[in-house]
Write a protein that binds this ligand. Sequence first.
Ligand code: SF4
Length: 102
Amino acid sequence: MNAISMESGKARINMEGCIRCGVCHEVCPQQAVRHDSEKIPEIVKSNVERTKEFMEACAKYLGNIEEKKKCLARMIKHFNNEKIIAEKTLQELEKLKEDLAN
Ligand code: SF4
């Protein structure tokens, strides 16, 4: 798996390789492992910054300020789709939880 690597003296988790077993959370004496929920503010900030960059790129390369608005509308649609995917995934995971309880 190699989900944990060292970068500049700090442990870093590669979420692609992580199976969410939670062992690192339990064994780290410094409680250095950050939970996913702690990363939410920085992920939101990154999404907003990325959206702004895309809007500027659309305006620059498509040569029309209206493209900025269209780009923003596409990003809103993209994140709404992500929300729907997350909600439907949670519904399915709740079903798995119910199956395990039976
Ligand atoms: S949760 Fe498990 S797989 Fe993921 S980084 Fe921690 S120990 Fe590795």
